[in-house]
Design a protein around this ligand. Structure first.
Ligand code: ADP
Ligand code: MG
Ligand code: ZN
Length: 479
């Protein structure tokens, strides 16, 4: 990237809310139903029907507003955004124009070791449009209206983002918060979270923003990272050649890693927004707004900070535990049992357990492992009943079975040998077999101690107490 330019990014995130029914009718809000089965005259936009706002949508959106530190507008309204496209049978989308439900907020995100504050301009509620199915075998395009009227929130950020990494961190944090609040299933692959990416560049030190380009069809957060990097390079190249950036909408093609122009920019006035005459101004009481605020749980960034300060974990470890609500819940359950060190719990979760979670592409909650069994196993290591290696053997069992680690240790004979005479026999055997290493140690290469202790552990089939073995090896050599 050319260091003479600074990247400026603003993001518009659309998230489908996981309400039972759609935003203005009683149709089911579900993904994957047979085409055009979750539809009714209201969401099909037939004349003479009247929309009725789903209260749950308002409550979910206000929760997101609180989570992103917004001002909540208790009195607001809905507006029609008019445009013609076959996925929109009414030819207008009910959205919010000048008075969004939530505005003027911010989100603190972690980027490397820094905390970066990103302004949130607004969060408004609106309805989703249908889905067009392009299929050559059908010889054309079919319209599936199941998604018409699925509730959305649109979260618009200020142009405060300064790199692709910051954009990715912002998106990951928003995604995590949606799941923490339980207001969206936030599945990128099902399109329940989508984002439009606005990018401009400007010479370093310049106070004015450059002309922005908006990119559509960015279907994952890692794609957002690639799209931003590509678009910034493209703009810099144009400017370096003495050209000008056009305000336009471009379509990202993630497979090819390029974008192409879709249209030159439309303005808000092109949509002829006006208040929807079928929907009244709606009022949410301050009491309700406050109640919703009290229901906001501790969120991932706050959790990350707390794990660092309370448990002495690194930022990276804390973030890995906190970003996924399931992982965080499990970690905290373990810590709250107060039977072993939080640091050890973090190590086992992030190491051996994550390995299984990644292999099986699942979540911790899908495994049979319980906090009680994990903590029991770790405490057996901490009180030196078993070695770390034996702990791994126990973990293999408890990951899929609710079985008491003490039983497993007994059955498999994993208890650590701390009996001095038994250990001494092992040490003597290993030293006699490794004369070169012993000579090296005597010659000052003291780091061979790791090798020798490793051999002793092997000889004891993982059951020797490594700390005792180390002391004994040194004592024997120096005798
Ligand atoms: P529209 O509805 O036309 O997309 P909005 O104002 O709703 O316009 O959204 C504009 C988005 O573009 C916001 O996320 C904002 O932060 C971002 N943005 C505005 N100006 C710039 C700029 N110069 N560079 C990058 N992003 C920008
Ligand atoms: Mg836009
Ligand atoms: Zn309907």
């Amino acid at each position: 990237m050319n260091n003479n330019y600074e990247i400026v990014v603003g993001l518009e995130v659309h998230a489908e809310l996981s309400t039972k029914t759609k935003i203005f009718c009683g149709c089911k809000n579900e993904f994957g139903a047979e085409v055009n089965t979750n539809v009714c005259p209201v969401c099909m936009g037939l004349p003479g029907t009247l929309p009725v706002l789903n209260e749950q949508v308002v409550e979910y959106a206000i929760k997101m507003g609180h989570a992103l530190n917004c001002k909540i507008n208790g009195t607001t309204k809905q507006d029609r955004k008019n445009y013609f496209y076959p996925d929109l049978p009414k030819s207008y989308q009910i959205s919010q124009f000048d008075i969004p439900l939530c505005e003027n907020g911010y989100l603190d995100v972690l980027v490397g070791e820094e905390v970066k504050r990103i302004g949130v301009t607004r969060i408004h509620i609106e309805e989703d449009a249908g889905k067009l199915i392009h299929d050559d075998t059908l010889g054309g395009t079919l319209a599936d209206y199941n998604r018409c009227g699925v509730p959305l929130i649109e979260i618009v950020s200020e142009p405060d983002i300064r790199s692709a990494d910051e954009a990715k961190a912002y998106l990951d944090t928003i995604h995590s918060i949606l799941l923490y609040l339980g207001i969206s299933d936030a599945k990128m692959q099902e399109g329940s979270v989508r984002c439009d990416v606005n990018v401009s560049v400007r010479p370093v030190g310049s106070k004015e923003f450059g002309t922005r380009v908006e990119m559509k069809n960015v279907n994952s957060f890692s794609a957002a990272h690639r799209a931003i990097t590509y678009e910034a390079k493209r703009q810099i190249k144009v400017l370096e050649k003495g050209g000008e950036i056009q305000q336009e909408t471009r379509k990202w093609d993630d497979a090819k890693g390029v974008n192409v122009i879709l249209r030159t920019k439309e303005d808000a006035q092109d949509y002829r927004y006006f208040p929807d005459p079928d929907l009244l101004t709606f009022i949410v009481s301050q009491e309700k707004i406050d109640q919703l605020k009290s229901e906001i749980p501790e969120l991932p960034v706050a959790k990350t900070m707390r794990y660092m300060s309370d448990y002495g974990l690194s930022r990276a470890e804390s973030e890995l535990l906190a970003i996924n609500k399931n992982t965080a819940d499990f970690f905290e359950e373990c810590v709250n049992l107060k039977k072993c060190e939080p640091k050890s719990i973090a190590n086992w979760i992030l190491g051996d357990i994550f390995k299984v979670v990644n292999e099986r592409k699942c979540e911790i909650k899908d495994l049979a492992i319980t906090s009680k069994n994990l903590v029991e196993m770790i405490s057996l290591i901490e009180n030196k009943t078993i070695s770390n290696a034996a702990g791994k053997t126990v973990l293999e069992v408890i990951i899929d079975n609710d079985k008491d680690p003490k039983e497993i240790v007994k059955e498999k004979g994993l208890a650590q040998v701390s009996d001095t005479s038994a250990l001494l026999a092992i040490v003597e055997k290993v030293l006699s077999k490794n004369e070169k290493a012993v000579a090296d140690y005597k010659a000052g290469k003291t780091n061979v101690i790791g090798f020798l202790v490793g051999q002793c552990m092997k000889e004891s089939r993982g059951q020797g107490n490594p700390a005792m073995l180390k002391d004994m090896v040194i004592a024997e050599i120096e005798k």
